[in-house]
Write a protein that binds this ligand. Sequence first.
Ligand code: NAP
Length: 301
Amino acid sequence: MTAKIIDGKAIAAELRGRVADASHRLARDRSLVPGLAVVLVGSNPASEVYVGSKTKMAVGSGMRSFDHRLPESVSEAELLALVGRLNSDPVVHGILVQLPLPAHIDAQQIVAAIDPRKDVDGFSPTNAGMLTTGLPALVPCTPLGCVILAKTVQPSLEGLEAVVIGRSNIVGKPLVQLLLAENATVTTAHSKTRDLPEVCRRADLLFAAVGRPEMVRGHWIKPGATVVDVGINRLPSADGKSRIVGDVAFEEARNTAGALTPVPGGVGPMTIACLLANTVRAACALAGLPPPTFERPKSDD
Ligand code: NAP
């Protein structure tokens, strides 16, 4: 079997197109331009790349983007004060504080200080709790992107066996909640799980969000399963540069899986597209407008 490769780049571009349409309609019909504030502390090269793409794509989708670059030495109090100003700024509908933050700043405090209605990363305790209890919430972008990708292959996840490897607050746990909401039967695996390959082999849907290069081997995968690889791992390559690989051994997996996301070009582009979608959702909710839908037309095969 050769797996269908799920083209996250193309699916993300389509979603961004629908988000841009919604954003332009809001500007035209309601004089409402969704605004995204991105806060970057310090000069982590990977974070600078992410923040640059987010800003560029927000503007490209008809939104306003507000960049706040702060030195590594900024104090927690100064960062909290900035978050407070963004919370009360009416042209800002989404606030994203790029993680990780320097060690002297309590990231949980900062995230909790973001107005939950503007928390477009969906990391605040309020949004996490609302997602868990089935209330409408701003949902973390990466898990949201994972479910959208899986549904391009299996439009209904109802009754399917899903295994999520990883239980972080930003990927694994919210992904589990989203899959439960889709009526999948969900197992969460982590570093203490016994016989992980056997657990994975049960999965009709396998999600790997671990951060260990190519950990998931071909023989861990049930033939025909849909595999979504969240991992982003940098490995040295022969030319002295580096290459990015996922948590799944791609070449092995493509001989067993029914469908598979590549790295790069799978989940990564979906994360930004979902962030833009969340910004439009937040803008509508703050303006008392009904939630926009960004449903994909149902002709995917
Ligand atoms: P994290 O906070 O480090 O969590 C990793 C999870 O993997 C933990 O739950 C850990 O278990 C589990 N784990 C570690 N070693 C394991 C093993 N040998 N067997 C089974 N489980 C194991 O990472 P994260 O933030 O969730 O990110 C995971 C990966 O996704 C990383 O590669 C990250 O770069 C990538 N990522 C990609 C995107 C994107 O946009 N594509 C976004 C976010 C993250 P314990 O809980 O027991 O420690």
